[in-house]
Structure formats: C-alpha cells, structure tokens
Design a protein around this ligand. Structure first.
Ligand SMILES: NC(=O)c1ccc[n+]([C@@H]2O[C@H](COP(=O)([O-])OP(=O)(O)OC[C@H]3O[C@@H](n4cnc5c(N)ncnc54)[C@H](OP(=O)(O)O)[C@@H]3O)[C@@H](O)[C@H]2O)c1
Length: 300
C-alpha cells in the first residue's frame, strides 16, 4: 500500500528527466502538482495522479517544496523569479530544489533573491540519465545548508539512490560540471571505439559484449552502445544540453585557469552536430562525427 506523505510538491519541467522523477514521487505517495511549458509532456505524470497547474506560480501555491528540472539557466530564472513564477506564490519557509544543470554563479544569485522573501533554494543536479531517472537510481549532488538537505533527503531518496551533500549553495552544480567533464570523455571514447571497430570490419554486437564486460565497461556504454549499433539517435541526453553543460564548464575553466583540452575538443565535435541541425539528437550521435572523419560509415 502506498503511504500518503504530508509534503506537497510542485514539480516544474516534465521532460526526459522530470517526467519519470515526478512519477517516482507520486509512486512514493507524495501529492504532486505539475507544470510544463508543453502540457502534453506532463501527461505521463498526470496519468500517474499529478494535478495540473497553469503556471509555475500555481504549481508552487500551497506546496512547501517546489522542484524544477529545466534545460538552462534562463529557464530556471524565468520559472523561479519571472512573471507568473514560483516567487509570486511561494510563502516564507518554502524550499525550492533546482535539479536542472545550470550556472553555479546564477544559482547563488537566485538563492540570495529568494532568501530575501524567506524562500530557500537548494541546487540538486542529477547524474544517471533517463534510465537512472526511470529507475529512481540517480546520483543527486546537493548544495545548501545541511539542515535543509536533511529536510529534503526523504523526498530525494524516492528519485535517487545516492544523495551527496557537496557543500554550500552552488556546489551541487559545480560537482555536476566536473561530472560532465568526465561523462563527455566516456561518450567520446565510446564513439571512437565503436567507429574504429566498425571500420575494422568487426561485428559490433560481439565487440560490445566483449568490451562492456571489461575495463572499458561503463553505464554509458551499456546504455548508448546498443543505441549506436541500432542507429537509434533518439535523445536520452540531447547534444544541445551537453553543449550547454560544456559552455558552463569552459566559462569556469577560464575563470580558474584550468585548461581542459579533452572537453574543449568534445565541445567542438558536438558543435559540428548542432551546426548540422542535430542538436536534439542524443549525444551518441557523436559517433557520426567520428565516422565522418574516417570517410563516412562503411557498409560491412
Ligand atoms: N537527459 C539527461 O540524461 C540528463 C541527465 C542529467 C541531467 N540533465 C539535466 O536535466 C535538465 C532537464 O533535462 P531533460 O533532458 O529532461 O530536458 P528536456 O527533455 O528538454 O526537459 C526540460 C523540460 O522543461 C520544460 N521547460 C523549458 N522551459 C520551461 C519553462 N519556462 N516553463 C516550464 N517548462 C519549461 C520543457 O518544456 P517543452 O516540453 O515545452 O520543451 C521540457 O519539457 C537539464 O538541465 C539537463 O542538463 C539531463
């Protein structure tokens, strides 16, 4: 039997990640009110028992916790602070948990603005992809005061498996950027490895079975390898969102004077896809850029 929990949650942004996250909250017994720019993308959560709100302000009304899972910094700023935004209806003592991947500096600035109205912001970006969101196995990286993190831990435990308090507000986002540097290298390595195997005339299913079980094995290889072999470029994580993350990484790497040559190369190759109109493909489409460097896909 599902326990009915007392915390009412507003959830804004029911896309690839937000939709399964909202569904997992509902499954855990929370009462969830959802808002998304395109209502159709909230349908799965509505079918699972969520209530629809016509604006972020309405989604946050009469809830004590509001979660956002939006593409980029301007989206979170508009939803939290803009006209019809969360701040218009949030009351003192409310908590906002931003689970998008956005700028750490903008996160801190928004936190200050919200705090003036008695509303607290926590940054809690996630890693683990669409599969992790569906299976409630995300790694959640939180920034904010320890007591607030403890207050929301039971909520986050219903959508993630590993919840790490990374430090003050903004440090969840900074940790996530470090994660994205590592992730893009993994995806690059998969694209190069499989393009190489294909051009060498190897059977890709056999190559994948052998490599996934060895030192090259990873979550990304398990998820993206079969998609590459099937020619399935549907996004679990869009090229344009990965580019957004690398833009944030590069901005900060310049500020702290830490060169990141591998991430810079990956950014250029992803930009190639975006320039070709493939920004909404999944990041596994990088394999096509690598194939192109070798003269295109070989017919085996
Ligand atoms: N996908 C992944 O594997 C993954 C993994 C970890 C972290 N993330 C991060 O999680 C965040 C969401 O990613 P995603 O893949 O779920 O993206 P997504 O599928 O594009 O979902 C974002 C949702 O936010 C909605 N939205 C945008 N602006 C809005 C606004 N002003 N008001 C209300 N709704 C708005 C979009 O509405 P529309 O339907 O109208 O476009 C969309 O449904 C990003 O910051 C991403 O970097 C993604």
């Amino acid at each position: 039997m599902t326990t009915v929990r007392k915390e009412r949650i507003g959830f804004i942004g029911t896309g690839i990640m937000g939709s399964p996250m909202a569904c997992n909250l509902l499954r855990a017994g929370y009462q969830v009110t959802v808002y998304n720019r395109t209502k159709a993308k909230a349908q799965q959560a509505l079918n699972a028992g969520a209530v629809w709100a016509d604006s972020p302000a309405k989604a946050a009304q009469e809830t004590n916790v509001t979660i956002t899972c939006l593409p980029d910094t301007p989206d979170v700023e508009a939803v939290l602070l803009g006209s019809g935004g969360v701040l218009e209806s949030a009351t003192e003592g409310c908590l906002c948990i931003d689970m998008s991947t956005i700028s750490p500096a903008a996160t801190r600035r928004m936190g200050e603005t919200l705090a003036k109205e008695g509303v607290q912001l926590l940054d809690a970006p996630v890693s683990g992809g669409q599969k992790g969101a569906i299976e409630a196995k995300l790694s959640i990286m939180i920034g904010g005061p320890a007591e607030s993190v403890e207050r929301v831990r039971p909520i986050l435990q219903t959508i993630g498996r590993t919840i790490t308090h990374c430090g003050p507000l903004g440090s969840g986002q900074m940790t996530k950027l470090a994660n994205q540097v590592m992730v893009i290298h993994t995806i690059m390595s998969i694209a190069e490895g499989l393009a190489f195997a294909e051009k060498a005339g190897l059977d890709l299913e056999t190559t994948l079975a052998a490599t996934v079980a060895g030192a090259a094995g990873s979550h990304s290889l398990k998820v993206l390898g079969p998609r590459i072999i099937a020619g399935d470029m549907k996004p679990a994580f869009m090229v344009d969102l990965q580019l957004k993350d690398l833009r944030l990484v590069m901005e900060y790497s310049r500020q702290i004077n830490q060169p990141l040559p591998g991430a810079a190369l990956a950014e250029q190759l992803l930009r190639t896809l975006s320039a070709q109109g493939r920004g909404r493909d999944g990041t596994q489409a990088l394999v096509d850029v690598i194939r192109g460097l070798g003269g295109g896909r070989v017919q085996v």
